[in-house]
Design a protein around this ligand. Structure first.
Ligand code: UT7
Length: 326
């Protein structure tokens, strides 16, 4: 088995900023409540011309440029999203056409906010065993199109954006060192958006009353998140044959600063080792980790040879983490 790792990162966020003060005009909330309870100050909102696919394409192009490869070399595209533009075709196929990767197999992954980490682990298996030489993994979401703008418990949390990574063979000892993937479908009803079909009484009603929005039991998801963020990190680190002290940087799913804080305390990891940008983008689901990783790279925090952990949780319920040496 050869080593596989990230050789390029890209991200894209819409220009339009929605601040907590803007939200004060929409629902009964306050900048103070949102900042204290979540750490979020603002989030991005897709303009009418921006979709999950267009943002995925922009993030993909940026990752391809960062990796210094051509789109033609890509032979596998995985898009993690809960907000595809279509049930079918897959977003991955639309990206394949838009960026010009004629050799690429393409499919979507639906694992909620955990999707990007699942995607990286999946792509690494293909590259490690020789089935792929150059894979593209994208997380892209237009969550603001499926939030209920009258529900203050959820509408203040989510934002839009996309991030992407190129996975390719890397020198022995680098790349993916270990991972942990998990699920617990018994908690599925805690965080959900129903499919259109759920509403159909008869087939002729398809399309009527079809707009499904996010439902979340925030307290239960919070408790689950704190536990699995710490447990999954430790499981992946152990799977890599390392200890938590060997980890230089953790890139957690950006859902809530209090979840990140609590998980860091459970792990005994200082906050200086943790990447945080939830204040600027809110929860962008499957896009949150690649957006944070790209930002960390731009800020010079992803150093050659350092060990990073990416860890996420989300709908399913699901969780995942990977350990990678850069
Ligand atoms: O990617 C995975 C996605 N999900 C998550 O990561 C979410 C995990 N959960 C959370 O982050 C938190 O549970 C929330 C941020 C969603 C909520 O924070 P909380 O500290 O658990 O608040 P709460 O739900 O216990 O609500 C406390 C109070 C309630 O009022 P009462 O009943 O005490 O009078 C809520 O009605 O805060 C009220 N509240 C709000 N007030 C102002 C809830 N949302 C808001 C709001 N503005 N936006």
């Amino acid at each position: 088995m050869r080593a596989a790792g990230i050789i390029g990162l890209g991200s894209y966020v819409p220009e339009k900023v929605l601040t907590n003060f803007d939200l004060e005009k929409l629902v009964e909330t306050s900048d103070d409540w949102i900042k204290t309870r979540t750490g979020i100050k603002e989030r991005r909102v897709a303009a009418s011309h921006e979709t999950t696919t267009t943002m995925a394409v922009e993030a993909a192009k940026a990752a391809i440029a960062d990796a210094n490869i051509s789109a033609n070399e890509i032979d596998l595209i995985i898009v993690a999203t809960v907000t595809p533009d279509y049930f079918f075709p897959s977003t991955a196929c639309l990206v394949q056409n838009a960026i010009g990767s004629p050799k690429a197999a393409a499919f979507d992954l639906l694992v909620g906010c955990t999707g990007f980490v699942y995607g990286i682990v999946t792509a690494c298996q293909f590259v490690q065993n020789g089935a792929s030489n150059c894979a593209l993994v994208i997380g892209s979401e237009t969550l603001t199109r499926i939030v209920d703008w009258t529900d203050r418990k959820t509408c203040v949390l989510f934002g839009d954006g996309a991030g992407a990574a190129v996975i390719a063979p890397v020198p022995e000892g680098k790349g993916l060192l270990g991972f942990d993937l998990g699920s617990d479908g018994s908690g599925g009803s805690l965080l959900k958006a129903e499919a259109i079909q759920s509403y159909c009484v008869t087939p002729s009603k398809i399309g009527i009353n079809s707009r499904s929005t996010i439902y979340m039991n925030g307290n239960e998801v919070f408790k689950f998140a704190v536990k699995v963020m710490a447990d999954s990190t430790l499981a992946a680190v152990q799977n890599a044959g390392l200890t938590i002290d060997d980890v230089d940087l953790i890139v957690p799913h950006q859902a809530n600063i209090r979840i990140i804080d609590a998980a860091a305390r459970r792990l005994g990891v200082p906050m200086e080792k943790i990447i945080i940008n939830v204040d600027k983008y809110g929860n962008t689901s499957a896009a949150s980790i690649p957006i944070a990783m790209k930002e960390a790279k731009q800020n010079g925090l992803l150093k050659e040879g350092s060990v990073i952990v990416a860890v996420s949780f989300g709908a399913g319920l699901s969780w995942a983490s990977f350990v990678m040496r850069l």
